[in-house]
Design a binder for this molecule. Structure first.
Ligand code: ZN
Length: 233
């Protein structure tokens, strides 16, 4: 089905990239750059799951997998879960059947050490897209962001409103402002991103995998730029 779909878009776009090819994608971008929204769109369009560390660690804890229990021992003692444990959980998740056509990593790797761990464990990545938006613009955007408190779907009061105000389109959950989107906290998060995660751009540039997309004010314009780089070599 996925192959047929790829053929269909290739026909429409006159482009032969992605045909019979898995899309193993890392999405980079500062908090508020629109990465999560683009991940959802790509996920639906290419029929591949979005893997984010928060979600899979919660899953591993809930299912009490051996790695989940290992992570729990660190969390219970108040320590950070080490990179090799996080990346092992990611690798486990990537072996599940829904990843057979590819996957999107969102929020992982977060550091060079995690990227190296991914490489050492043989996780194949064939594209890295960095969505870039100036810090000032991010700060002004974030005040409008809303997240479903049940399923985690993201919305924006002007850019991507829900059909009913403050109610999730997918599950009827309530839409809330995340603690992390508090403007007081956001500049700290941007600093952490620039210090710890942005060096990944050089890391993947040197492997010839990095594509830069300038985040646009209009969501669909960013989506179309992302789509273009996904289909480019
Ligand atoms: Zn929801």
């Amino acid at each position: 089905m996925c192959q047929k779909f790829f053929k269909l878009i290739n026909k429409q776009e006159g482009n032969d990239i992605l045909e019979n090819k898995k899309l193993c994608l890392i999405l980079l971008g500062a908090p508020g750059a629109g990465k999560g929204t683009q991940a959802e769109i790509i996920s639906k369009k290419y029929n591949i799951p979005t893997i984010s560390t928060g979600n899979i660690i919660r899953e591993a804890l809930k299912n009490e997998t051996p790695l989940g229990l290992e992570a729990k021992s660190y969390i219970d003692s108040g320590a950070l879960v080490p990179d090799n444990v996080i990346i092992s959980i990611v690798k486990d998740r990537l072996s599940e059947p829904d990843c057979k056509n590819g996957f999107i990593l969102d929020g992982v790797p977060r550091t060079i050490a995690q990227a190296q761990a991914l490489d050492e464990m043989g996780v194949e990545i064939n594209k890295v897209v960095s969505i870039e938006v100036p810090d000032e613009k991010i700060i002004s955007r974030l005040s409008g962001r809303r997240v479903c408190n049940k399923c985690g779907s993201s919305y924006h009061i002007t850019d991507k409103p829900s059909k009913k105000q403050d109610i999730c389109d997918n599950c009827d959950g309530s839409l809330i402002i995340r603690h992390d989107d508090d403007p007081k906290i956001i500049s700290d998060r941007l600093k952490v991103y620039h210090d710890q995660t942005e060096p990944l751009k050089d890391y993947y540039e040197s492997k010839g995998l990095l594509k830069i997309v300038e985040g646009q004010d209009i969501l669909e314009e960013t989506t179309s730029l992302v789509d273009k780089v996904l289909r480019s070599e």
